[in-house]
Design a protein around this ligand. Structure first.
Ligand SMILES: Cc1cc2nc3c(=O)[nH]c(=O)nc-3n(C[C@H](O)[C@H](O)[C@H](O)COP(=O)(O)OP(=O)(O)OC[C@H]3O[C@@H](n4cnc5c(N)ncnc54)[C@H](O)[C@@H]3O)c2cc1C
Length: 665
C-alpha cells in the first residue's frame, strides 16, 4: 500500500514571544533576533554577500536547505540577492519541509519581519497545497524556489541539481534527529560540487562526524547570541554526478552558453511555452512554424486543464498534479486579468457504480487535500456546475484548481510577448556541424544554432530518426451557438466525463473531443459534431436544449502520443552510442553500468503531450528551460526519468530487441 500524497499542516501557536511549534517544542521565529541569526549563521556562514556580488551574468547560484520552517533563511537570501547580485544573474533556492505552515501563518510573519514584507506576501500568494513532492514557485523574475514537501531525505533524493551553498537548519537535533543523520549528510554530499559550502547553527559532535564522513571539511565559529559555536564547511569529497546513479543513461542536456542561439521548432503550446521560459531567462530564441502559432492541436478555441488521476500515486498522477499546480500559478502570473484562461474549477462526473468506487478509492489512496480535489454528491455537483445535471450522475470529483484556457490565443500571445524572433517557415532538415545545428527551412534559408528544441509534435520524427515511435490520434472539438438564454444553461465550471464541456464564451458552447486513433484525415465531420452534441445531451440536459444544432463550428487536429502516454521531455539519446554502451544489459539487466547516457549535443524535445498538452506543456517547458540554463529540475528525479526521451530505447536494449547497427524492433 503506497503512502498518501496529502500532508498535515504544521501545528502552530502564536504567542507574544514568537511563533511556536508544539510538536517539536521549538520556535519558528522568536520575537527578537530571528533575521540577525539567519544572517549570522547561514548568509555570512556561506559568505553569500560576496559570492552573490561576484556572480557572472546569467550564472545560476543554488542554495539548498534542510528545513524550510517559516522560510526565514530563504527569504533573507532572496532579499540579499536583490541588493547584491548583478542584473542577469539568477538565484535558485531549494528547501524541504515535512509539515508546511498555512499561508495565513506565513502572512502573520510580516509583523515580525517587516523588511521582508514583499517577499513574504509573494511567497504566501504562491503557497502550494500540502501535497508531497516538489513545488516550483517563481518568486521573482530571477528568483526561483523549489520547495519539496515531505521527508528531508526523500526531498534530497528527489532533487535534480547541484547546490553551491547549504543551510543545515531545522528544529534542534535532540528533537528532530532525522534531520541531522549521517544518511542526510551523505545526501547533501551527493548534491554538492567541489567547493560547495555549508553552514549550520549546530555544532553537535554527531553532526561533525557525519559531515566529515560525507566529505565536508568543517570549522567551528562563534555562534549567534548566546550560542557558543556554529559550523561552517566546504565539500572536498568526490562529486558523483550521474555516474553514481542506478540509471546513468538518463542524462540531461548540457546548458547552453549565455549568448548561445536557440531554435524552437513548432509554435504549439509545447514550443511557445519553451520559447517563453527561455526568453524570460534572457536567452536568444528563434521559433519556426509555417502554420503560425497554434497551427496544430494547440489551435483549438478552448480547452480544459484536467488531470486524470489514478488510484495509486503513479508517476503520471504525480506529474499531472504537479503540472496542474504549476500551470495555474504560471497562468495567474502571465495573465492576472484572466483574459486567456478562467480558474473556474473542474468536475469529473461519476455516472456508474464502478466509477463512483474508483473515485472513492482514488480519494482514499491519494489522500489529497480538499483544496486539490474532493468528492461531491450529485446535488453538490449540480450546484457547482450551476446547471441541471443528467439524472444518472451519481456524484464526482471536484478540482477547485481546474481551469479552462484559450489555446490558440495563448500561443499567439506567448510568441508576441516573449520577444522571440519569429520565422514563418517550416524546418525541412537539421544537420549537425562543429559550430552547432544547421537548421534548413522550407524557403531554402538556413541558420546555425547552438541548441535546437523539437516541439513540432509528430513531425519531429522526420527531423530526428533517433526519437522513440510517436503515434497520432485525431480529435475534433465542436463549438455550438447558444440560443436565447443558453448561456444560463452552460456550466459555471468545466464538466468532464469521457470528454469535457466548458463554460460558454462569446455566445458559443465548446465541447470536446472525439478520439479517433484509426482516422487518417483532418476533415471536420458532422458525425463527430453529433458525438460531441451527444456528450452534452448525456451530461447537461438544459444545455442540450439550448444549443443551436445547425450553427456549429469545429476543428480537427492530431494529438501526438508516446508508447506509454507520457510526454517526451529532455535530451535525445544517441541511439548508436546507447546500443553499444548498454549492450551488456541485453544479456543481463542487473549488470552494473556507469557510462552516462550519450545525448545528441544541443538537441532536446518537448513532444507527445497527447490529450493533455495544455495541462502539461508549461511544466515541461520549465523542465527544459531549467536544464538548458544549468538550473535544477522543477520536478522530482523519478519524474524527470519517467519523461526522458531515452526511456523507450533503454527498455528495448534491456529486452534484447535492439543491437548496434540494427534497426529498432
Ligand atoms: C480536439 C482536441 C482537443 C483537445 N483538448 C484538450 C484539452 O482540453 N486539454 C488539454 O490539455 N489538451 C487537449 N488536447 C491536446 C492538446 O491540444 C495537445 O496536447 C497540444 O496541443 C500539443 O501541443 P504541441 O505543441 O505539442 O503540438 P501542436 O499544437 O500540434 O503543435 C505542433 C506545431 O509544430 C508545427 N510544425 C510541424 N512540423 C514543423 C516543422 N517541420 N517546422 C516547424 N514547425 C512545424 C505545426 O505547424 C504545429 O503548429 C486536445 C487535442 C485535440 C486534438
Amino acid at each position: 500500500m503506497s503512502m498518501p500524497l496529502g500532508l498535515a499542516y504544521a501545528r502552530v501557536v502564536h504567542r507574544e514571544d514568537g511563533m511556536h511549534a508544539p510538536d517539536y517544542d521549538d520556535v519558528y521565529c522568536a520575537r527578537e533576533g530571528g533575521l540577525d541569526e539567519s544572517r549570522h549563521v547561514f548568509l555570512d556562514g556561506n559568505d553569500l554577500s560576496a559570492r552573490l556580488a561576484g556572480l557572472a551574468a546569467s550564472q545560476v547560484f543554488v542554495v539548498g536547505e534542510t528545513g524550510f520552517g517559516a522560510g526565514r533563511n530563504m527569504l533573507a537570501t532572496w532579499a540579499l540577492f536583490e541588493t547584491q547580485a548583478p542584473p542577469r544573474a539568477r538565484l535558485h533556492l531549494f528547501s524541504v519541509e515535512r509539515h508546511p505552515l498555512r499561508a495565513a501563518d506565513l502572512r502573520r510573519l510580516v509583523a515580525r519581519w517587516p523588511t521582508l514584507t514583499v517577499q513574504i506576501e509573494r511567497l504566501a500568494s504562491l503557497w502550494p497545497a500540502p501535497v508531497q513532492g516538489m513545488h516550483r514557485l517563481a518568486l521573482a523574475p530571477r528568483v526561483t524556489l523549489d520547495l519539496y514537501l515531505g521527508e528531508a531525505e526523500a526531498g534530497l533524493a528527489a532533487f535534480e541539481g547541484q547546490v553551491d551553498a547549504w543551510f543545515l537548519d531545522g528544529f534542534a537535533p535532540a528533537r528532530n534527529p532525522a534531520m541531522w543523520s549521517p544518511a542526510l549528510c551523505q545526501a547533501l554530499a551527493a548534491r554538492s560540487r567541489p567547493g560547495t559550502t555549508m553552514a549550520t547553527y549546530s555544532a553537535a559532535r554527531g553532526l561533525r562526524d557525519a559531515l566529515t564522513a560525507a566529505g565536508f571539511v568543517w570549522t567551528r565559529r562563534p555562534g549567534f547570541a548566546r550560542k557558543r559555536h556554529m559550523l561552517t564547511g566546504r565539500f572536498e569529497g568526490q562529486a558523483t554526478g550521474r555516474a553514481g546513479d542506478a540509471r546513468p543513461w538518463y542524462s540531461q542536456p548540457s546548458a547552453v552558453p549565455p549568448h548561445g542561439r536557440i531554435a524552437v521548432i513548432g509554435a504549439g503550446i509545447a514550443g511557445t511555452t519553451v520559447a517563453d521560459a527561455l526568453a524570460r531567462r534572457g536567452r536568444e530564441v528563434t521559433i519556426y512554424d509555417a502554420a503560425g502559432p497554434g497551427g496544430g492541436a494547440s489551435g483549438n478555441r478552448d480547452a480544459a486543464l484536467s488531470p486524470r488521476l489514478a488510484v495509486e500515486p503513479t508517476v503520471r498522477t504525480r506529474f499531472d498534479l504537479a503540472a496542474l499546480a504549476y500551470a495555474t500559478r504560471w497562468l495567474a502570473d502571465h495573465d492576472p486579468e484572466r483574459t486567456l484562461w478562467q480558474d473556474c474549477g473542474l468536475l469529473q462526473l461519476a455516472r456508474s457504480r464502478d466509477e463512483v468506487d474508483r473515485q472513492a478509492r482514488m480519494l482514499a489512496g491519494l489522500g489529497l487535500p480538499r483544496s486539490v480535489v474532493h468528492g461531491v454528491d450529485a446535488a453538490t455537483a449540480a450546484k457547482l456546475a450551476g446547471t441541471r445535471l443528467a439524472s444518472d450522475v451519481r456524484g464526482g470529483l471536484y478540482f477547485p484548481g481546474g481551469a479552462s484556457v484559450r489555446p490558440a490565443a495563448l500561443c499567439a500571445w506567448l510568441v508576441q510577448r516573449s520577444g522571440v524572433t519569429w520565422r514563418d517557415h517550416h524546418v525541412t532538415a537539421l544537420s549537425r556541424h562543429e559550430a552547432g545545428w544547421a537548421v534548413v527551412d522550407d524557403a531554402g534559408g538556413w541558420a546555425v544554432f547552438d541548441h535546437v528544441v523539437l516541439a513540432n509534435a509528430g513531425a519531429a520524427a522526420m527531423l530526428c530518426p533517433d526519437l522513440p515511435p510517436l503515434g497520432r490520434v485525431r480529435g475534433q472539438a465542436s463549438h455550438f451557438a447558444l440560443a436565447g438564454a443558453g448561456n444560463d444553461a452552460s456550466p459555471a465550471c468545466v464538466v468532464c466525463d469521457r470528454g469535457y464541456v466548458l463554460p460558454a464564451r462569446g455566445g458559443r458552447q465548446s465541447v470536446g473531443a472525439t478520439y479517433e486513433p484509426r482516422a487518417a484525415d483532418l476533415v471536420v465531420h458532422d458525425a463527430e459534431h453529433e458525438a460531441n452534441r451527444g456528450l452534452i445531451g448525456a451530461l447537461l440536459p438544459d444545455l442540450a436544449a439550448a444549443i443551436a444544432v445547425a450553427d456549429v463550428r469545429g476543428r480537427a487536429s492530431w494529438r501526438c502520443t508516446s508508447h506509454d502516454r507520457l510526454p517526451l521531455v529532455g535530451g535525445v539519446p544517441d541511439r548508436a552510442r546507447w546500443c553499444s554502451d548498454y549492450a551488456a544489459l541485453g544479456h543481463d539487466a542487473t549488470q552494473p553500468v556507469t557510462t552516462a547516457g550519450a545525448l545528441w549535443p544541443g538537441l532536446s524535445v518537448s513532444l507527445a503531450h497527447g490529450s493533455h498538452g495544455m495541462l502539461r506543456a508549461p511544466l515541461a517547458a520549465e523542465m527544459l528551460a531549467s536544464a538548458l540554463t544549468g538550473a535544477p529540475q522543477p520536478v522530482a528525479g523519478d519524474l524527470v526519468e519517467a519523461l526522458h526521451p531515452g526511456r523507450w530505447l533503454i527498455r528495448q536494449i534491456i529486452r534484447g530487441r535492439v543491437a548496434p547497427d540494427q534497426d529498432m524492433a
